[in-house]
Design a protein around this ligand. Sequence first.
Ligand SMILES: *Cc1c(COP(=O)(O)O)cnc(C)c1O
Length: 373
Amino acid sequence: MNDLVTLHAPLAGALTAAVRRVLDSGWFILGREVAAFEEAFAAYCGVPHAVGVGNGTDAIELALAGVGAGRGSRVALAANAGGYGTTAVLALGAEPVYVDVDEATATMDPACLDRAGRDGGFDAVLVTHLYGRLADMAALRAVADRHGAAVVEDCAQAHGATRAGRRAGAWGDAAAFSFYPTKNLGALGDAGAVVTADAGVAGRVRRLRQYGWDRKYHQADGPARNSRMDELQAAVLGVKLPHLDDWNARRARVAARYAATVRHPALTLPHVAAGEHVAHLYVLRAADRAARDALAAHLRAAGVPHDVHYPVPDHRQPVHGGRFDALTLPVTERLCAQVLSVPCHPALGDDDVDRVTAALDAFRGAEVTTCTA
Ligand SMILES: *Cc1c(COP(=O)(O)O)cnc(C)c1O
């Protein structure tokens, strides 16, 4: 699904020099590399503050804490985004409030959020820009405002996605990024960041990522933790950030090539609007679970990499011990049964895309089903 060796090959010299620079500095945690990357990444996102943290899930948790969520808070979120938001919400001691998604975009449905606000209410909203597509932030923000709730964006799949000149991360009260190696901007290990326009939120996240300290050995805030971006990862990310837009453009061309070439009548292709969608994943839909599973088996036999993002919705995960058994999220549940991802990354050549297309169009297992969308 990814080829990080090919992606990094042209940068080997610059990456090695960056690692060497850190080695020679003798300084490995929260130094000038992290400060420089925080400044560069905040500028890229078009917000004044970025705070480097250990990974994307910590970034979600710290961003939520930064906007005031904590033990007992009700956090609205979608249930089709891989469970990372749920992990963060549960770690906070907060309560997940699952909201259904829009059929066409697979991101949080503003009408469903409004209903959740009128039903049990919520204190904060976590919006995931799933697969690389910016959610409908204007509408979601309006609903959140109406219910007096803060908004946190999960931008782990949407680095650089832009609508009306405004980037992912610049819409909420705070936003979380992951730099897991396969993300659109990835480190050579774990890393994450919280970005925000609010100096107070940034200050709180800076304290909470490091023992609650406001200065060395002074524990001013909590509950805190240790979740810091390290100097090596910051130096690596500083080398890679200038390439992000080019890589996103290549991802968009891969998506466009699939759109122009896949002809299978029983597969629904995603609408990848260049700019607003940075093609983190290219996610097809089959008619139903049986067709999706047959397609996966067909691709496996053809040697074509594929995956399901994601097979089990959050409210059906065993971690809840059946607490959400009575909850039904029809669109989320349908999408989880239908989705299948095929390779979409910047190191993919046109020939690679065409091989995937040929394998998709050769799929015969779905002829008894029909396309619904
Ligand atoms: C990858 C991902 C995360 C988690 O990032 P980690 O750095 O792996 O903790 C969170 N949300 C989404 C949508 C992701 O894809």
